[in-house]
Every structure is written in C-alpha cells, then in structure tokens.
Design a protein around this ligand. Structure first.
Ligand SMILES: [Zn+2]
Length: 373
C-alpha cells in the first residue's frame, strides 16, 4: 500500500514535527504564547504543503488559522485546535520506548501533525481528493470555543462532512461516532443566619436546603439512557455554630439526545425550595448539544472502517461522554466523525502521551478516507 509505505518511511520526520510543535507551549489563556505556536504552525504548513494559512485575529485568545488544500466544488472540513490545557513548562517533550510524551501531544497536536502529513502523502504521491479540504486550527477549544464557535459553524455549513482530529478512545482506539451533550448550572441558596445554639432554625439553613436539592439533582441521573448529573462543587456557610445563610453548588449534566437534554434542563430550572425560609436560584443551561449519530455519520464511519481494512487493520466506533467541537458541527446537521487523531492516553493528565508505532496507520487511515470522500 503506497500511502502506508510513504508514511512508514517518514515516521521519524513526522515525530520530529510533533516534537517541534509540542515544545511551543500554547496554554489557552496566554495569547502571546498561543500566537507564537500559531506562527510556527503557519510556517510548517507552508513548508510541508505549500499552503498559505489565513489568520482570524482575536483580542484575548490566540488567532485561529485556516488553510485550503486541493480542489473541488464541495468541501470537507478538518477540525483541529492547537491550544492546550498546560501552563508553560509544566510538562516537557520526551520519548520513552514507543511512547512520546508532552503537553498537548495527545490532545491534539499529534492529530494536527498527522493531518498535515496525511495531506502531504496525498500531494507527494500525486493523488487527488474529490473535494476541497478546509483545514481549521482553532485556538480556544479548551475554553469551550467562545471565539471560534461561529467560524467552526460557518465552515461546517459549507461542508459535506466534518472530520475531527481529537484522539480516539484510549483503551480501544475506537473512533468517536457520538458524543454526549453537556449542560452546566450554578445553584445559589440564600437562607437566614442565626446562632446555632440559641436559635437553631433548620427551615432557614442554606446548607440544609442545598443538601436536600443535591439529593434531588442526583436523582435525575439515568444511567440506562446515559444521562449523568454530577454536583462537582459545593460551598457554603461560615462557622459550625452559625446557621448558614448561603450555599452554592456547581452542576454538570451529560446526555445523549437533544430531547433528553431539554427535559433535564427544564427539571433543573424548575426546582423549588423545600424549606420555607430559603430561596433557591439557578442559572445555566445546555452549552453543548449532543453529537447524535445519524445515517450520514454512520456512512462516514463505514468509509473509515473500509479504509482501515484496506490498510490491514480493523477499527471500531464508540459513543462517548466527553465533548469536542464535533458536537457543534453535528448539531447543525453535518455528518461528523471524531477521534481521527493520535492513538495514546491521558489527555489533560500528566502522563499524556501518544503511541509512535500507531502514527503511520492512523495517518494513512485519514488520507485514505479523504480520498474516498
Ligand atoms: Zn482536544
């Protein structure tokens, strides 16, 4: 297989490109550092593919980048982000055996470089895609894409399909065919403070109230449907001998379908205080629609699966709880396949790494899939 031979031969060069982008730390909240990494990527894209990247300037976060590859009446969107969750110097690049470690290497700088090399293989082997490829590199995904969302949705609307180069499942290597949606809420409870010894008024305790509310919230979980409600943060009170007049909770909700998300959003926003002297206020709602699988995305996965078979391996598809920008593109009805990046483990964790031996296979998989679309 020509593409796989080419990528096997270039494995070292690919790993070197991954190293060079990983050592440019790009924590989402440090615009200058992210932009420096962006300039490096622009140069790399120009050297590897001869493509000129367009910059979308931002005031507070790094600039987004986009370049086009190939020609065609229709467009395929490749979706990546080059910001990471890691502050400068927290992790360093290193190779141990067949694993390469480093900040953002798995999520998702390895995926970006594989994407660039998939296109380079197509170019150098004088193959051509049927559709134009738009390759987007955003700079604020780890902040939930506040400034890139519009651009992502605009490019997705112009596209026949969206391929997301986030990592595949760590244990199984599976592609991600569906992702849960997410909602976030903040519950604030006001009570009336008093001396716990002299005037123990349980009806006025904000903590007593929020404890009751937490039991109700967690009762909304439905594991059979894949719906989870997690109260992840609780704060409140001042001292043990004071009936508390305030308490707060932060709540994360995940769900597989739009209707389930809307149902649970209503339940939470309609919660009422149980005790007479407290007030309950709830803010928040759905901030990521689910990436629901449909017929078109199933067809996309079929093509990926066929491509893998032609390369001599099998690939599976899974539904997962984590969110990505693929949630946004699927929600506007464009066929989306995610998890086409680097095989590895530990996104957002200190042991974050990728498996070097898997790089040629996964890069070839992406190249073949692009040729079939
Ligand atoms: Zn990511």
């Amino acid at each position: 297989m020509e593409i796989l031979n080419y990528l096997n031969k270039n494995q070292r060069a690919i790993v070197k490109d991954i190293e060079d982008v990983v050592i440019h730390d790009s924590p989402s909240l440090h615009k200058e550092m992210v932009d420096e990494c962006g300039q490096y990527l622009k140069q790399l894209i120009s050297e590897r593919l001869g493509s000129v990247s367009k910059e979308y300037p931002n005031r507070d976060v790094g600039n987004h980048l986009k370049f086009d590859f190939g020609e065609g009446a229709e467009q395929i969107l490749i979706l990546t982000h080059y910001d990471t969750v890691w502050e400068k110097g927290t992790l360093s690049f290193q190779i141990e055996g067949s694993r390469a470690y480093g900040p953002g290497i798995h999520d998702m700088k390895g995926g970006i470089i594989q994407g660039i090399w998939a296109l380079k293989a197509i170019k150098d082997l004088q193959l051509s895609t049927n559709k134009k490829i738009a390759f987007l590199l955003t700079a604020d995904e780890e902040l939930f894409s506040p400034t890139s969302r519009e651009l992502i949705e605009k490019e997705a609307k112009k596209s026949a399909a969206v391929l997301v180069l986030e990592p595949p499942n760590a244990k199984t290597g599976a592609l991600k065919i569906a992702r849960k949606g997410a909602a976030k809420f903040k519950m604030s409870v006001k009570g009336i403070s008093s001396h716990a010894g002299n005037n123990p008024d349980v009806n006025a305790s904000a903590i007593h109230e929020i404890a009751h509310q937490i039991r109700i919230l967690e009762g909304f979980s439905d594991l059979d449907q894949g719906t989870t409600v997690n109260v992840g943060v609780v704060k409140g009170g001042t001292m043990s001998n004071v009936v508390s007049d305030n308490a707060e909770a932060e709540i994360d909700v995940r769900f597989f379908t739009k209707s389930e998300g809307e149902r649970i959003e209503q339940e939470i926003l309609n919660l009422q205080p149980k005790f007479s002297k407290t007030r309950v206020q709830i803010e928040g709602g759905i901030n990521r629609p689910p990436m629901e699988g449909n017929e078109e995305s199933a067809r996309l996965f079929e093509l990926a699966s066929k491509s893998a078979n032609e390369l001599g391996f099998n690939i599976t598809g899974e539904s997962v709880g984590g969110i990505s920008d693929g949630n946004l593109t699927a929600a506007i009805g464009v066929a989306t396949l995610d998890g086409l990046g680097s095989v590895g483990e530990g996104p957002h964790a200190f042991h974050e790494h990728i498996k070097i031996d898997e790089i040629p296979n996964r890069t070839a998989l992406l190249a073949r899939l692009l040729l079939k679309l």
